[in-house]
Design a binder for this molecule. Structure first.
Ligand SMILES: *Cc1c(COP(=O)(O)O)cnc(C)c1O
Length: 428
């Protein structure tokens, strides 16, 4: 059968999908133009598509798959749990086990509430902050992404930025009015806002901007943020849904030595299964129902499969912690290759296993600077990579990732394709 007659090729599948799913997809960033590729299976660092191609994956489910696809240790843990049933509507010891591992790794976390996604985690954390402080408003970073719920879909980044609609229809102005934004890396803007606004319950921030980024914190910025929020009795929420277990076992807060009041985790913590975690100081966490008055609940909260996947992942990470420096070495290899290209059109940013080529002369320090990137040039890079067997997230405003499954040869391949594409780009 020739590919054009095959109704199971990506192009054909997308035609059908568009009649059943808005935009043909279940989440906007997946709507790659002209049509996304459909995946049939994945293993290690590779995706196998419906079109019979194999792609080296630098997207990794947008972050969760630190160990790569179908890692046997996690597979075994999930299979074992599957045999015992996978939903009980009662507590399991798996929740205790995973909570022990998280509180071991994060000094700032004494207790956790498990939920099913990062969005739910930030929603829970923000309600908790409001309930605990008895204040109404929140501050977020301009362009910062914390999931798809109303109070954070204000100047949201990620998919929303790429689509050119920073705010969502359907978010009522009354809700939006309670969310303030400040530029990332601008401690003075935060100080000035908090001095003027007495109603702020929390400042929610990705310590490293992973969505849009990586955009790195300038020296001292996170320390300043910690001091300023404390001085104004405003809770500091680190959204480490991407950076948790990615920048090391203790996330960005361990890396930079800054202790937030609340932390949200997700992605890696479930080993690739749906999860969200809202955690923090005991005194604050005890305000969550049924212990306290701040409501949070969910049929799938603490889902046994996610707990099993998470426990296996965190145990594996604990036993292989030196792999973090291997990963950082891998992104440095790419950085060094790119640094050698003369006359290049942009800047490479890397931290740990997160990296990104920005089509802008200097690394962006905030959302506004990131928006100055040449997205047409990025599209060319994306197309080149995809045609040559590498999947990077299809947006200038998404972080690229490496996993423990990426081999040195895989990294050499990535280096080579960046080099070819960027050299071609600078000739145009
Ligand atoms: C992905 C992400 C979320 C949302 O998590 P979901 O599991 O997709 O709901 C929240 N915050 C950050 C920083 C994220 O990267």
């Amino acid at each position: 059968m020739t590919p054009t007659n095959n109704t199971n090729t990506s192009e054909q599948l997308f035609e059908t999908a568009k009649t059943l799913l808005p935009g043909g997809v279940s989440s906007p960033v997946r709507a790659i133009k002209p049509y996304p590729f459909y995946v049939e299976s994945a293993s290690g660092a590779y995706l196998n598509t419906a079109d019979g191609t194999t792609l080296l994956d630098c997207c990794l489910g947008y972050g969760p798959l630190l160990l790569g696809h179908a890692h046997p240790t996690i597979q075994e843990a999930i299979s074992k749990q599957l045999e015992k049933g996978w939903l009980y509507g009662t507590p399991t010891d798996l929740e205790i086990e995973l909570a022990k591992l998280i509180t071991r790794d994060y000094n700032s976390i004494d207790m956790v509430r498990f939920c099913s996604s990062g969005s739910e985690a930030t929603m829970a954390a923000l309600r908790l902050a409001r309930g605990y402080t008895n204040k109404s408003d929140i501050v977020k970073v301009e362009g910062g992404f914390h999931g798809a719920h109303d109070s954070v879909l204000i100047k949201a980044g990620s998919g929303a930025t790429t689509m050119g609609v920073p705010d969502s229809a359907g978010v009522i102005p009354d809700v939006a009015a309670h969310t303030h934004s400040v530029a990332y890396n601008d401690a003075e803007a935060l100080e000035s806002l908090l001095s003027k606004q007495p109603d702020i319950a929390a400042y929610i921030i990705e310590p490293i901007m992973g969505n849009i980024g990586p955009i790195l914190p300038e020296i001292g910025y996170l320390m300043d943020v910690r001091e300023i929020t404390a001085a104004h009795d405003v809770l500091l929420i680190f959204d480490e849904v991407i950076t948790g277990y990615r920048i090391g076992r203790s996330g960005a807060q361990g890396y930079y030595g800054v202790r937030p009041d609340l932390t949200t985790l997700g992605k890696i913590v479930g080993g690739g299964l749906p999860i969200g975690v809202c955690g923090g100081k005991r005194e604050i966490m005890e305000c969550i129902a049924p212990q306290g008055p701040v409501y949070n609940a969910g049929t799938f909260n603490g889902h046994p499969l996610s707990m099993a996947g998470g426990i296996a992942t965190l145990n594996w990470i604990f036993e292989h912690e030196t792999m973090y420096s291997t990963l950082a070495g891998h992104t440095r290899m790419i950085a060094n290759t790119i640094a050698d290209i003369s006359d290049q059109p942009g800047t490479f940013v890397n931290i740990g296993s997160m990296f990104k080529y920005f089509f802008r002369a200097e690394a962006p320090r905030n959302y506004r600077e990131a928006k100055e990137c040449n997205t047409d040039a990025f599209s060319k890079l994306y197309t080149h990579m995809n045609r040559n067997g590498i999947f990077i997230p299809p947006s200038q405003f998404e972080t690229n990732f490496l996993s423990f499954a990426h081999s040195t040869q895989d990294i050499e391949k990535i280096c080579m394709e960046y080099e070819t594409s960027l050299k071609q780009g600078s000739r145009v």
